[in-house]
Ligand binder design. Structure first.
Ligand code: HEC
Ligand code: HEC
Ligand code: HEC
Ligand code: HEC
Ligand code: HEC
Length: 367
């Protein structure tokens, strides 16, 4: 925006020249260096800050970085393109497993039916032998129907149906209102994998509320424009998506992101309490630990956890709190210290969990 692009600078100028120029560009210009004077005039005589504090080796590192960034950019484009389905692949695997299990059950039932028929045939053949006759198909059918009407067989089948049905009903009922794996289509194809993963932008840079209050907050267009004022090129699709940010900025209309995580109104959840006071990492709640997926890996963010009450409560039961680390616990701290001291004397193990601090009281989450 202000000076020339540094791509290929190591081919245009000697290392010695670059080091001198970075240390003090004005001195090089004043010495009458033809290239430097031309550059200075070309860029409206904007003065480049002098960096006398940089050591020669540090400047060599920057040049090496520029060289490497070009090769890295070509290499990075390839994996970024394929990552989109990451959340979906595991879901597909689960789906495939369910189908495989279902198929297995169907096969087993079929085997049972065939066995029943075989038993019926053998029984008829034996009976017929005893009477010195050959078995008739009609008799075999009658035996099969008899087995099917057998009280024991009927009871087993009904019991199995009741067990499967109850299990299904309970599972469905407890999942009402939960939306695990929800991943709506967003108005702009924003990628956490590129921003938080590849470029390592801190979560707090965009979710500015996360250490200060209840809500993490979603960044406004202005935050995107801090960078996208300058970064407007990308892959074909990327460029179209970035154009939507610029349109939002020019027309002063907010981007309408679709909310993903959404607890019912009857629950109170506070980010600062967990992130700042509790010191819990975002990925503990927004990542998918079982599959080893972090938000930094997600091309499309999805709700990795089920956000059920059991999920909150289980973590409160298990998570130990270091009361010495937080001002929040000044008084609680002294009392617990006494209890810890006593337990230590008696040789007992005592862990201070969220539960022990009142984290399971109904009114802490419902009021
Ligand atoms: C460059 C800005 C930016 C950075 C950096 C960023 N996010 Fe986001 N985040 C967004 C935007 C925009 C959305 C809404 C669109 C979407 O869901 O992808 C969002 C959505 C989310 C959501 C879902 C919100 C909902 O609606 O429930 C979570 C969770 C989240 N981010 C976590 C993180 C974590 C964790 C990090 C750090 C590893 C992070 N974000 C880094 C911009 C950012
Ligand atoms: C701190 C800088 C920074 C911020 C803030 C930022 N981005 Fe980006 N964004 C980048 C970089 C770097 C790239 C990658 C450009 C490239 O690959 O050439 C990028 C790429 C993109 C792309 C294109 C991806 C592709 O496939 O090519 C989109 C879309 C995008 N950003 C949307 C957003 C949105 C929406 C916001 C605001 C919520 C935002 N960005 C905030 C730095 C940023
Ligand atoms: C203890 C679990 C937990 C931790 C840790 C956590 N979150 Fe959340 N997050 C939630 C829950 C639960 C919601 C839904 C809140 C609601 O609906 O009221 C949520 C919602 C969000 C949202 C969307 C709605 C909002 O609050 O603005 C974003 C964005 C988000 N989290 C980002 C982050 C980031 C970034 C971090 C880490 C700095 C983080 N979260 C840490 C549990 C957590
Ligand atoms: C990953 C673990 C974890 C999960 C999941 C979690 N919490 Fe917590 N929660 C904590 C920790 C740790 C603290 C204690 C922070 C502190 O030191 O005050 C805490 C504290 C709280 C407090 C304050 C308790 C008090 O004593 O003042 C409330 C309220 C709360 N959580 C609500 C929720 C709700 C609602 C959910 C589910 C949507 C949830 N939490 C999920 C770890 C978790
Ligand atoms: C750590 C936080 C937390 C604590 C403590 C907690 N709950 Fe919940 N509760 C939740 C969350 C989150 C939900 C919503 C999840 C869902 O929809 O399944 C919920 C949902 C409920 C519901 C269902 C409401 C509805 O209309 O669907 C009832 C009833 C309930 N809680 C009662 C209680 C009672 C009684 C206690 C105390 C013994 C309690 N809760 C303690 C977090 C908590």
């Amino acid at each position: 925006v202000i000076g020339p692009a540094l791509k290929g600078v190591y081919d245009r100028r000697s290392e010695e020249w670059i080091i001198k120029f970075v240390h003090n560009s004005q001195a090089v210009i004043k010495s009458g260096d033809e290239y430097a004077v031309k550059l200075y005039n070309e860029y409206n005589q904007t003065v480049m800050t002098a960096f006398p504090q940089l050591k020669d080796d540090q400047i060599r590192s920057i040049i090496a970085y520029i060289k490497e960034a070009e090769t890295a950019k070509a290499a990075a484009a390839a994996p970024a393109a394929g990552g989109g389905a990451q959340g979906g692949v595991s879901a597909e695997t689960t789906q495939a497993l369910v189908w495989a299990l279902g198929g297995l059950i169907v096969v087993l039932v079929a085997v049972c039916v065939v066995l029943l028929v075989v038993i019926a045939v053998i029984m008829n053949v034996i009976r017929a032998r005893e009477k010195g006759e050959t078995a008739k198909p009609a008799d075999i059918m009658a035996t099969i129907m008899g087995l099917a009407r057998n009280k024991f067989v009927l009871t087993v089948v009904v019991l199995l149906l009741v067990i499967v049905g109850t299990d299904y009903t309970i599972k469905t009922a407890t999942n009402v209102g939960l939306h695990q794996n929800y991943a709506p289509i967003q108005p702009i194809a924003f990628s956490h994998k590129i921003h938080a993963g590849q470029y390592g932008i801190s979560c707090n840079y965009c979710h500015i509320g996360v250490e200060k209050g209840k809500s993490a907050t979603i960044p406004g267009t202005n935050i995107c424009m801090n960078c996208h004022n300058y970064i407007q090129q990308g892959t074909n699709t990327g460029e179209k998506e970035i154009a939507k940010i610029i349109e939002s900025y020019n027309t002063q209309t907010p981007i309408e992101w679709v909310r993903i995580h959404n607890l019912p109104d009857l629950v109170y959840f506070n980010h600062a309490q967990h992130v700042k006071v509790g010191g819990i990492e975002c990925n503990k709640c927004h990542g998918d630990e079982a599959k080893g997926i972090k938000v930094q890996d997600m091309e499309v963010v999805y709700q990795a956890q089920n956000l059920s009450m059991g999920w909150c409560v289980n973590c409160h039961r298990e998570t130990k709190v270091d009361v010495t680390k937080s001002e929040y616990y000044r008084t609680v701290h002294d009392e617990w210290n006494k209890k810890l001291e006593e337990a230590r004397k008696e040789g007992k193990e005592l862990n201070i969990t969220v539960e022990k601090l009142g984290g399971l009281e109904c009114a802490k989450c419902h009021y």
